[in-house]
Design a protein around this ligand. Structure first.
Ligand code: SAH
Length: 397
């Protein structure tokens, strides 16, 4: 390729790249010229000018681009993308063959060798999520490569690069024949109604598959369940199908009410026998305490950051407080499923929040199970911060 832009890394950054680190960090290129436009191909060299890697220029969070290959002779063209997509598909063969699960991730950014893009599968439909202008620059080549690898009903896309990862409002349909929504997908036999052309979120977070399965299989039978930050009630549906006596779903977004009714309905659950509450979770905790309500199982799955009228919640600062509230309304021998998708802290730190919450409350606990991302959300040891999900099943005394 003739139009590669050369980036020179300092010794520390060069060593990281030699060891396999896939992100080109902002700080590493502070004092040098950058390409005029995102999507430029980069040749990354060390201080002596020796070749380290090829990558692309695309601004996303802490990085200004991703490494695509450490092979000097590798040409970044359609065939390159075909190879990467093929490799990713072959790693998901088991999921494609599993008749009980028709929604999962088929391509997970740098974990599958191309940072900045994810591809999810929904029963014959695919959703591409683009995280920078830079990677979107390659969209024609990537779609052509994708068509070469697989057939599909249709492709939809989410462009999350307006400002700081925000979603670009658009018609998300790309090609194929348009779907009818809601589309019904399955996950270990649980149904979910998804909408691929209605904003950035489709109705279910696929990274919680293992957690929903555990809640369904092992933690729900005969239990009262409180699902906080419930969104479309995916955890509530899993619990109800798993034999919960009753579920209570709490979310402050008005749309969560019809969405949760729909999620119960597509699973044949009588939603009128369940509680669906549109309320700030923190107000709900006060209400529950006042009314002496207690739950056997509480799911905490807040966003990393959220602002409501009264509260600003940041997982990194406020998780301990959230846990304390939950502990107070958990039955004896109850379970709290504490989840976070914040990449701002590690599992170790998360366990520290749990320890601190219980210390302040004076109740005893043990962590019965823990989860991070499932295999289809492929990550590598070279980029541990890519494995953002942390879930602990906390067994109370
Ligand atoms: N647990 C959900 C995903 C949560 S998404 C699932 O498994 O599908 C985060 C949700 O938190 C959003 O639906 C948002 O409306 C809700 N939310 C944010 N702040 C909140 C608050 N203070 N009280 C209640 N819900 C809140």
């Amino acid at each position: 390729m003739t139009n590669e832009f050369t980036i020179k890394l300092n010794e520390r950054e060069s060593e990281k790249v030699r060891k396999g680190y896939p992100l080109i960090e902002k700080d590493a290129v502070k004092s040098q010229a950058l390409p005029n436009e995102e999507g430029a191909l980069l040749k990354i060299v060390d201080q002596s000018g020796a070749f380290l890697a090829k990558g692309y220029y695309g601004i996303q969070n802490k990085g200004i681009g991703w490494i695509l290959s450490t092979r000097k002779e590798e040409i970044i063209d359609r065939d390159f993308f075909v190879r990467r997509i093929n490799e990713a598909f072959s790693k998901r063969e088991q999921l494609f063959e599993d008749g009980n699960t028709t929604a999962f991730r088929v391509f997970n950014g740098d974990g599958d060798g191309i940072g900045g893009i994810t591809i999810d599968y929904y029963d014959g439909y695919y959703v591409f999520t683009w995280y920078s202008e830079g990677i979107y620059h390659f969209h024609k080549q990537l779609y052509a490569a994708f068509e070469q690898v697989t057939s599909f009903k249709a492709i939809y896309e989410k462009k999350r690069f307006a400002k700081q990862g925000k979603y670009v409002e658009d018609d998300d349909f790309v090609m194929g024949s348009r779907g009818q929504f809601p589309l019904l997908v399955k996950e270990n036999g649980i149904h979910f109604a998804v909408y691929l052309n209605d904003g950035p979120m489709v109705g279910v977070f696929l990274d919680q598959r293992q957690v929903r399965k555990r809640i369904h299989d092992q933690y729900s039978e005969g239990k009262t369940v409180l699902n906080t930050f419930s969104y479309t009630g995916a955890f509530s549906a899993a619990a109800a199908l798993g034999g919960a006596v009753k579920t209570t779903s709490v979310d402050l977004a008005k749309r969560s009410l019809p969405k949760t009714i729909e999620q119960f309905s597509v699973n044949g659950i009588d939603y009128e026998a369940q509680d669906i509450v549109v309320m700030d979770v923190f107000n709900y905790f006060s209400y529950a305490k006042k009314k002496n309500k207690r739950f056997d199982l509480i799911v905490l799955d807040p966003p990393s950051f959220a602002r409501s009228k009264k509260h600003t919640f940041s997982a990194a600062k406020d998780y301990t407080g959230l846990l304390q509230e939950a502990i107070e309304i958990t039955e004896r021998q109850g379970v709290i499923v504490a989840s976070t998708n914040s990449s701002a802290f590690s599992m170790k730190k998360f366990k520290g929040f749990i320890k601190e919450a219980f210390r302040q409350n004076g109740r005893k606990y043990k962590i019965a199970e823990e989860y991070s991302l499932p295999d289809d959300f492929k990550t590598t040891n070279h980029f541990p911060e890519g494995d953002y999900l942390k879930v602990c099943f906390i067994q109370l005394d």
